[in-house]
Design a protein around this ligand. Structure first.
Ligand SMILES: *Cc1c(COP(=O)(O)O)cnc(C)c1O
Length: 228
């Protein structure tokens, strides 16, 4: 009998393949990230066994308490809001920080990465709906911040991440246009290859609009007992 997690992953993979066949080039790759908040490591490892190789972590404390129990074959990206004083706890165990939402945070990541003699991959989080309740750079502030952050030696901007307002394709479209526009500017020391967009409620639409990492919690693991 198949477990709920493996059944979910099969269904999600199928839906993504379908959307990809319809809307995207055949050589494009779309990563499915397992978002692990509130999920016990055993169940996270089950998702890894089913073939997922990318985990998304929201909270430093929770990640630190769980990481030693994760199957080491998976890559980990940090995706939650990150205070500058906590960067030091994750700098040497994640391969990307997707939620960079200020120059101050980028500077601290650069400083800590330097200490560890590494270059940290980052995405800039964009507040595409310009909602006051959400973090991220305003679309119109992006150019000057890409320019400033691209000067830092120990971080590399790899693309953009967003949490758009729910149920509104308009913002996915807007985000795709923004991503293409920033990519076309060919900033030095910036590789605009990753658009991290799409969660359990909108991942099929996100694939339509150019996402190459969808971040899924509920769709893989089921409903969380308490919201974060
Ligand atoms: C929780 C979370 C997700 C996944 O949300 P689901 O709706 O459960 O798929 C994706 N991205 C971020 C930044 C999150 O905090």
């Amino acid at each position: 009998m198949m477990s709920e997690i493996s059944e979910n992953i099969r269904r999600i993979s199928f839906e993504i393949e379908e959307a990809k066949a319809k809307y995207r080039k055949s050589d494009e790759h779309i990563d499915i990230m397992a978002v692990t908040k509130t999920v016990e490591p055993e169940r996270v490892n089950e998702a890894i066994e089913c073939g997922l190789s990318l985990l998304g972590e929201n909270r430093v404390q929770e990640y630190i308490s769980k990481k030693d129990f994760y199957d080491k074959s998976a890559d980990v990206h940090f995706i939650g809001s990150l205070q500058t004083n906590k960067v030091k706890y994750i700098i040497d165990s994640v391969s990307m920080i997707q939620s960079v939402d200020s120059l101050k945070l980028a500077n601290e990541i650069d400083r800590q990465a330097k200490k560890h003699n590494l270059v940290m991959n980052i995405l800039l989080e964009v507040n595409i709906g310009e909602e006051i309740t959400k973090g991220g750079f305003a679309p119109q502030a992006l150019d000057e911040n890409i320019f400033e952050i691209s000067k830092l030696e120990n971080v590399r901007i790899c693309g953009l991440m967003t949490i758009p307002p729910p149920n509104c394709e308009k913002f996915l479209y807007k985000m795709q246009k923004l991503f293409i526009d920033k990519k076309a500017k060919k900033y030095d020391n910036v590789t605009m290859d990753i658009l991290s967009m799409g969660m359990s409620g909108d991942y099929v639409e996100a694939v339509k609009y150019g996402s190459n990492i969808v971040r899924l919690g509920t769709a893989i693991f089921g409903k969380r007992n308490y919201p974060i």
